[in-house]
Every structure is written in structure tokens, then in C-alpha cells.
Design a protein around this ligand. Structure first.
Ligand SMILES: Cc1cc2nc3c(=O)[nH]c(=O)nc-3n(C[C@H](O)[C@H](O)[C@H](O)COP(=O)(O)OP(=O)(O)OC[C@H]3O[C@@H](n4cnc5c(N)ncnc54)[C@H](O)[C@@H]3O)c2cc1C
Length: 457
């Protein structure tokens, strides 16, 4: 019998626990610690909940203590792990306020990520706050279920009278939240230091489509502005950038996340951003210690190197890989492409791999083939939306490096094929003659994917 201790039980931790208990329960004792009161909160539903596009938060959880314990785990909730001794193989946690020491044979670190607090005057997290509560009232961080609940409570509180909301950070979370507040009828300004939105995932021509979409729906954009201060007498009153100052009632900070790796205590090797460095088996630099999800690196097939890409999808897969390996059954990750999607006011965008800009930054000599077409056969009169597809490939090897798509129709499934193409280092020429089915309800005899690939120079 081997004892596996899992620290952190959100998406990555829960996935590893499920993998071990679904496959190898009889050979392993599993002990889980999480500092939070809930597990498996799908942050991806936060904006939908805030914007009242779903009726409530219940469906945003898919696991809990009882469920994991019914499979055989021992789960300690509200129990922060405070230190780990990697020599004696023990974990120390605070359980009901008392120090609790647990030994392990294998350890899985799944401590996730924390919101980045940029150097903004007036922006601070309350000391010791596990829930990322700000010192200034109505300055909100968005990570946990509790954070979303707090935003909703404040929006519903008539005494607060929150009408003007500033969202800082125009990555996918900031853009989603800007939409949510607008759907509630609030005045919304979306601020970003970069002069566009979704810059990490789309080149300018596609991100401009989202920019226009936001403007068309009445969201004020303050792109290319750096937030300097959030001011107010105990409560948010004003947000000040290097170019402007605005009276606001609430500020939401969504400028990104950093890996939460304090428990490594300088003992585990880390990546340049502090994430635990892991190999394809999720093994860290210390034997019998695995790291998964947002606290760990990934292998990025688009750059053929280690990278940091914090996504729930990566968290789930890395949890599975660690679960098998910790239980003694070797399994290697296939690596990732950073596939992602966003849907705002009906504009759907998906991407995978590298943008043209990023490809240049990583030292590739990228070429691009791009197409704007209707999705279905021309005689389909309804629901036949325009699709923009941009494929980035290496001019020298012709290997596909990335793809971006946008449409008001649902084009999301197409991006999975590009994800596989990048994983398998497929060339653009092989996509051109790929067997793509035709049915007028869905596509054209020669699909826009084939047309784009055929047009590659
Ligand atoms: C608003 C929002 C929207 C998102 N949308 C998407 C999306 O659409 N698609 C997507 O793929 N990803 C999305 N993400 C990202 C996704 O939520 C994260 O990648 C995912 O949560 C990572 O899971 P994780 O388990 O690795 O880490 P986390 O979710 O950060 O969980 C870490 C866990 O560790 C616990 N913990 C930390 N330290 C300790 C300690 N010392 N002791 C005990 N417990 C500890 C925490 O309480 C927590 O439960 C979104 C994130 C947010 C915030």
C-alpha cells in the first residue's frame, strides 16, 4: 500500500485523485488537503453567472469532499498545507486550527495559481486573505467561487449602487467580465496596457474583430493605458491611468495569474516565472514529488519546449498523467498547444498554438495563409455565417505552428484538428488534401480549411 498525498484539490488535484481512485484504489491510500471550503469551481462559468446567462452557480461544481471520500480518499477541507519536508517526506497542514503532520510515499502538488497584483497605488490584498480580498472596498479579484459571489452580492446590494465598473486586463477573463457587466446594464470601461485585447491568443486582425465587437456593444475601451492608482476613501471611487482618470464604483483586476509555488521552498527546480519545472510524467526535480495544473510547467508542442500555460484543460490532463505515474503506472503527457476559446456577444473565437507575432518572437520564420469565407454551402440561407481562419506555419519546414478562427457561427470543433496538427507537426501541405467531409448544413464542398491550406505559398 502506497500513501499518496495531494495538496490542492481544484481541477488538477481532483483529476489526479479521481485517476488514482478510479484505477488503482486497492493499492493506494489517498490523502487530500485543500485550504478552500469548496473544490472544482469552474471559473470559466464565473462571467456567465455574474452576467446572469446561467441561473446560478450550482452547475459550476463537479466534485466535492463527499464524492472523493466515497471513492476512498481522506479529504481535509479548510486545511492549508503550511510546509513540506521533502527529506522526511512529511506534509504539515493546519486542520481545524491544529498542526497536522502527514507522511507520504508520493506527493502531488496541485496548488494552482494566484491573481497577479500589479504595482498599482491603492491595490492590495488583505494580509493572510486566502480569498484574495482587497483592502479597498469594491476592488475585486476574480479567481475563487467566493470572489464571484462577492461581486454578485455587491451588484445586488442597492445601497452600494454600483453602476460604473472598470475591468483591468483585456485577456480572456477581463473581456468575459466586461461582457457580463455590460449585460447587467452597467457602464463598463475595459483597460489594458497593450493597445488591443486578447493579445496573447490572436494577431491584430482577429483581435480587432473582438475590439470592434466590444465597442459595438457599448463597452468603453481604454487600451494602451497603464493603471497607476485606484483611489477612494476606504471604497473605490476613481481609477487613474497614465492618460486618464475615471469615476468608478467597482474595479475588477484581471491581469493574469502566477503559479502558487511557495511550498517548493526553494527546494524544487522552477521555471522562469516560478512554476514547478516538470517532465512529461509531471515529475519535479525531487523524486516522488509531482506537480500539476497551474503551479507547474507544460510541454508546449508549438515551440518544442517547456512553457507555462494556465488552463483548466491542461490541469485536468496533467492530473491524469500524475495520477497514473504516482500509482506506479508510467504515462507521458503528449504536451499541449494552448488551445483556447472565447464567446462574447455571439462572436466566437478559438485559437491554438502560436500567433504570427509569437512565432516571430520564438525565432520562427512564420508564413500565414488567411481566408474569409462563408461556413456552409452558399444556398444555405440561414445560420450561414462568415468565418475568418488564419493558419500560421513555418516558412522553412512548412509545419503548422498555429491557427485562429472567428465567426458568429459555431466553428469551435475545427480548432481541435489544428491542435492535433501542431501536436503531430503536420505540414500545411498535408492539410490541403486532408479528407474533410461535405454536407451543406455544415460546410462547403471545398471547406474553408482546405481553401486556406491550398492558398499557402
Ligand atoms: C475567471 C476564470 C475563468 C477561467 N476560464 C477558463 C476557461 O474558460 N478555460 C480554461 O481552460 N481555463 C479557464 N480558467 C483557468 C482555470 O480555472 C485554471 O487553469 C484552473 O483553475 C487550474 O486548476 P488547478 O487545480 O491547477 O489550480 P487552482 O484552480 O488554482 O486550484 C488550486 C487549489 O489548491 C489549493 N491550495 C493552494 N495552496 C494550498 C495550500 N498551501 N494548502 C492547501 N491547498 C492549497 C487552492 O485552495 C485550490 O483549491 C479560468 C480561470 C478563471 C479565474
Amino acid at each position: 500500500m502506497s500513501k499518496i498525498v495531494v495538496v490542492g484539490a481544484n481541477h488538477a488535484g481532483t483529476s489526479s485523485v479521481n485517476t488514482i481512485l478510479d484505477n488503482y484504489a486497492s493499492d493506494n491510500e489517498v490523502v487530500v488537503f485543500d485550504q478552500n471550503s469548496n473544490i472544482s469551481f469552474l471559473g470559466c462559468g464565473m462571467a456567465l453567472w455574474i452576467g446572469k446567462q446561467i441561473s446560478g452557480p450550482n452547475g459550476l461544481f463537479y466534485a466535492n469532499k463527499d464524492l472523493l471520500e466515497s471513492k476512498g480518499a481522506k479529504v481535509y477541507m479548510n486545511s492549508p498545507v503550511t510546509s513540506i519536508d521533502y527529506d522526511t517526506k512529511t506534509v504539515t497542514a493546519l486542520v481545524n486550527g491544529q498542526e497536522h503532520v502527514e507522511s507520504y510515499d508520493k506527493l502531488i502538488l496541485a496548488t494552482g495559481s494566484q491573481p497577479i497584483l500589479p504595482p498599482i497605488e491603492g491595490a492590495a490584498i488583505k494580509e493572510g486573505s486566502l480569498e484574495f480580498e482587497a483592502t479597498l472596498e469594491n476592488l475585486q479579484f476574480v479567481k475563487l467561487f467566493q470572489n464571484a459571489q462577492q461581486v454578485i452580492d455587491k451588484l445586488q446590494d442597492k445601497a452600494q449602487n454600483i453602476n460604473k465598473v472598470a475591468v483591468v486586463g483585456a485577456g480572456y477573463i477581463g473581456v468575459e467580465l466586461a461582457e457580463a457587466f455590460k449585460r447587467l446594464g452597467k457602464e463598463v470601461v475595459l483597460i489594458d496596457v497593450v493597445d488591443t485585447c486578447l493579445a496573447g491568443y490572436y494577431d491584430r486582425d482577429l483581435s480587432d474583430m473582438m475590439r470592434q465587437n466590444l465597442v459595438d456593444h457599448g463597452i468603453e475601451l481604454a487600451f494602451g493605458e497603464t493603471v497607476k492608482a485606484i483611489e477612494g476613501d476606504g471604497k473605490v471611487e476613481r481609477i487613474v491611468t497614465d492618460k486618464s482618470s475615471r469615476e468608478v464604483d467597482m474595479v475588477v483586476l484581471a491581469v493574469g495569474f502566477r503559479p502558487n509555488t511557495a511550498l517548493g521552498n526553494g527546494k524544487l527546480e522552477t521555471f522562469r516565472n516560478g512554476a514547478f519545472l516538470v517532465n512529461k510524467k509531471q515529475e519535479t526535480s525531487i523524486p516522488d514529488v509531482y506537480a500539476i495544473g497551474d503551479c507547474a510547467t507544460v510541454y508546449d508542442n508549438a515551440i518544442n519546449d517547456i512553457n507555462y500555460i494556465a488552463l483548466a484543460s491542461n490541469a485536468l490532463r496533467s492530473g491524469m498523467v500524475a495520477g497514473h505515474n504516482a500509482a506506479g503506472h508510467e504515462l507521458e503527457s503528449l504536451g499541449v498547444q494552448g488551445s483556447n476559446g472565447i464567446s462574447i456577444f455571439g462572436l466566437n473565437m478559438v485559437s491554438t498554438g502560436l500567433t504570427e507575432e509569437k512565432a516571430k518572437r520564438f525565432g520562427y520564420n512564420p508564413a500565414v495563409t488567411e481566408i474569409k469565407d462563408i461556413q456552409k454551402a452558399a444556398f444555405i440561407e440561414h445560420g450561414n455565417y462568415e468565418v475568418v481562419l488564419k493558419i500560421v506555419y513555418d516558412r522553412d519546414t512548412r509545419v503548422v505552428l498555429g491557427a485562429q478562427m472567428a465567426s458568429h457561427g459555431d466553428i469551435s470543433m475545427g480548432i481541435h484538428m489544428f491542435s492535433l496538427a501542431i501536436q503531430e507537426h503536420v505540414t500545411i501541405d498535408r492539410l490541403a488534401l486532408l479528407d474533410l467531409f461535405f454536407l451543406p448544413h455544415f460546410n462547403q464542398p471545398l471547406s474553408y480549411i482546405a481553401k486556406a491550406a491550398l492558398a499557402a505559398k
